[in-house]
Write a protein that binds this ligand. Structure first.
Ligand code: PLP
Length: 398
């Protein structure tokens, strides 16, 4: 398959005058999504009422959409399911992994991990009360920190601040050698890089669908469990829809078959409708093409900014193999610079203390968009307009 990125770009609603470099935070609206959601509302919810669970296939959505995402991350059919938020999926994966290694006490992660993953680990440790330890090391020290005490290595593949990409196959091989399990957080990988969870032999993978996959604000998360483990995993969040026979209403929990046991409660049907239409776009995308286009656009952006924008320091690794699909620069007044960019229609975002983040998304960004972003950034740095007082006022969401 050769991906036609001009065709994919035409499938998104991109406001006039906006260059959108924040798809690593929230993907834009697929043009087909409003009609798909309207259908889910009127023809399904409106006409079918409760029969929609069967007639419109609502109950099967977590599995069918899970398989569509599975294709994008190299997961075999029947090993990925949707639901809840990513923080919940992190909890599920972590609890399951710890239960599979009862004699070990260390959860290994790195300081580049997203705070919610670390907070969820802290909460689980307290809840279990069995003396687990969270070992947080620098990203470049993860490999050396894997030892026989580690129950599970929980790593976010692509750093949300810098865009640095871990060599996950290598780390997983090392973890397995030491008898540990591996959880990948693919929040900044799914739909962004050529992930292959099966080839890397990961034990668990989790991720969200509102960033590079364009499922919409609050779209449900996914979890993948390796087929060799799925029947051994006992879910910590034993909700009724992960039960083997939910509609038998048995008095006690029995885990469902395979990945179905990672479901918890009622799926968010309307949010799934929006995600379903976003995933239609991915049917025409080859992940190798996407990765090549993402790196070419990223290189163009880095070269352009470095040539035209003195004062910005590249925070993303220069080596393409060590990058995700995001380019970050440091600037001591990064917040104000980003607000000035947004005011000119170039939308990225800011992460404290000094990082300007730009998501590189070939599905709807082309070379002209990259060149415009560079031009606008160069002009606001040149004329100092970023330093106006209004650009220093902090909003709640950065
Ligand atoms: C790497 C990573 N993990 C976890 C989360 C938390 O996701 P959620 O808010 O869906 O629980 C995020 C959110 O951006 C993230 O970037």
């Amino acid at each position: 398959m050769t991906t036609d990125f001009r065709a994919t770009k035409a499938l998104f609603e991109l406001p006039e005058g906006v260059t959108y470099l924040d798809g690593n935070s929230l993907g834009p609206l697929p043009k087909a999504a409003p009609a798909r959601m309207a259908r889910a509302m009127t023809e399904e919810w409106g006409e079918m009422l409760i029969t929609g669970w069967n007639k419109a296939g609502w109950m099967a959505q977590p599995a069918t959409l899970g398989d569509r995402i599975g294709r994008l991350i190299g997961a075999p059919e029947g090993t990925t399911v949707l639901g809840d938020t990513l923080s919940i999926k992190v909890h599920q994966a972590l609890a399951a992994a710890l239960a599979l290694r009862p004699e070990r006490k260390v959860i290994l992660t790195d300081s580049g991990n997203f705070p919610s993953d670390i907070y969820m680990a802290e909460g689980l440790i307290e809840q279990l009360g069995r003396g687990h330890e969270l070992r947080v090391v620098a990203p470049e020290e993860v490999e050396a920190a894997i030892d026989e005490d580690v129950a599970v290595m929980m790593i976010t593949e692509v750093d949300y601040r810098t865009g640095r990409r871990h060599d996950m196959p290598k780390l997983i091989a090392r973890a397995h050698e030491a008898g540990a399990l591996a959880i990948w957080d693919l929040a900044h990988s799914a739909g962004a890089v050529d992930v292959d969870v099966a080839a890397a032999d990961t034990d668990f993978a989790v991720g969200c669908t509102y960033k590079f996959l364009n499922g919409g604000p609050g779209a449900p998360a996914f979890i993948h469990v390796a087929p060799r483990l799925i029947d051994a995993v006992r879910p910590a969040l034993s909700g009724w829809l992960g039960h083997d026979a939910p509609f038998a209403f048995e008095p006690s929990y029995r885990p469902g078959a395979a990945i179905a046991r990672m479901r918890v409660g009622t799926p968010p049907v309307l949010a799934m409708a929006a995600l379903d239409s976003a995933l239609d776009i991915w049917d025409g995308v080859d992940m190798a093409d996407l990765r090549a286009a993402s790196l070419a656009l990223s290189d163009r952006f880095i070269e352009g900014v470095e040539a035209a924008c003195p004062g910005l320091e590249l925070a993303t690794p220069r080596d393409p193999a060590r990058r995700g699909s995001q380019v970050s620069f440091r600037h001591p007044q990064g917040y104000a610079v980003m607000q000035a960019l947004i005011a000119q229609g170039v939308i990225g975002d800011f992460r404290a203390p000094d990082i300007l983040r730009f998501g590189i998304t070939p599905l709807y960004l082309d070379e002209a968009d990259i060149d415009r972003a560079v031009e606008v950034m160069a002009s606001i740095l040149r004329d100092g307009s970023w330093d106006r007082p209004e650009f220093h006022a902090r909003a709640a969401v950065t």
